[in-house]
Design a protein around this ligand. Structure first.
Ligand code: SF4
Length: 237
């Protein structure tokens, strides 16, 4: 009888531990996330977007041009565009071919020019030439996906944002903040659960900096000189 009671207790204990361990996984990830955030803050005190802009609509344009293109190239191309079309209104009235002629060095010139034109037209028609500070409204603009909408929310309006670009997705998987998730929206949703909202935007900028400088995609990552080496799970390395 005593043996049977001990067995039941042991089974109950196992069940409790399993339950706790799945909860712990998320709480451990939250704890890990806070450490990563702090270490990246020390390593990269300035967390800025590397696209140049001085008005919200220009960031919308640049972020569309940055698809499959480097930020450096976009920054080099846009001054000519803004010289010719210096406002949302001017760009909304510009022939798509003229936009394409200027932006084609960024690649995918026709579709980017078409989206920029349609986006500027919608800003004029629905938002009085302004960029809306609402995530769903941003998402409804031509050529604007979740990544871009989050970037605008965070950088322009200072609101909570998680920008899941290629660096972010690679790094959070390697570090162990998410487990084998590659689809941007799923990564974003997983990160919302473990990253304090007010930290999300700068955290993602710092992941980009770290992904370019240390935890690189094309070469083997430089784990030996990484500020996260003591806490990173180095998944997939
Ligand atoms: S320890 Fe290595 S895998 Fe982990 S973040 Fe640093 S460079 Fe990337």
């Amino acid at each position: 009888m005593k043996k049977m009671t001990e067995e039941i207790k042991s089974r109950e204990k196992k069940k409790t531990t399993v339950g706790r361990s799945s909860e712990n996984t998320e709480s451990e990830k939250k704890e890990l996330a806070l450490k990563v955030i702090e270490l990246l803050k020390e390593e990269y005190p300035d967390a800025d977007c590397t696209l140049d802009y001085n008005e919200a609509w220009k960031l919308l344009v640049s972020v569309r041009l940055a698809a499959q293109c480097t930020d450096e190239r976009v920054n080099a191309i846009v001054p000519a565009l803004y010289e010719k079309f210096p406002s949302v209104e001017a760009l909304s009235k510009a022939p798509v071919e003229e936009i394409e002629e200027i932006v084609k060095p960024c690649g995918l010139g026709h579709s980017k020019a078409r989206d920029i034109s349609a986006c500027m037209k919608m800003l004029m028609e629905k938002y009085g030439g302004n960029v809306p500070d609402d995530f769903d409204a941003l998402l409804s603009l031509p050529g604007v996906g979740r990544k871009s909408a989050n970037l605008i929310m965070g950088d322009v309006f200072g609101k909570p944002a998680i920008v899941t670009d290629t660096h972010c997705i690679r790094l959070v998987n390697r570090i162990g903040l998410v487990d084998g998730i590659k689809e941007p929206k799923k990564v974003e949703m997983a990160l919302w659960k473990i990253i304090p909202p007010e930290e999300g935007n700068d955290f993602c900028h710092r992941l980009v900096m770290h992904g370019r400088a240390v935890c690189t995609a094309r070469t083997k990552p430089y784990c030996d000189r990484c500020c996260l080496k003591d806490i990173c799970e180095k998944n997939g390395i």
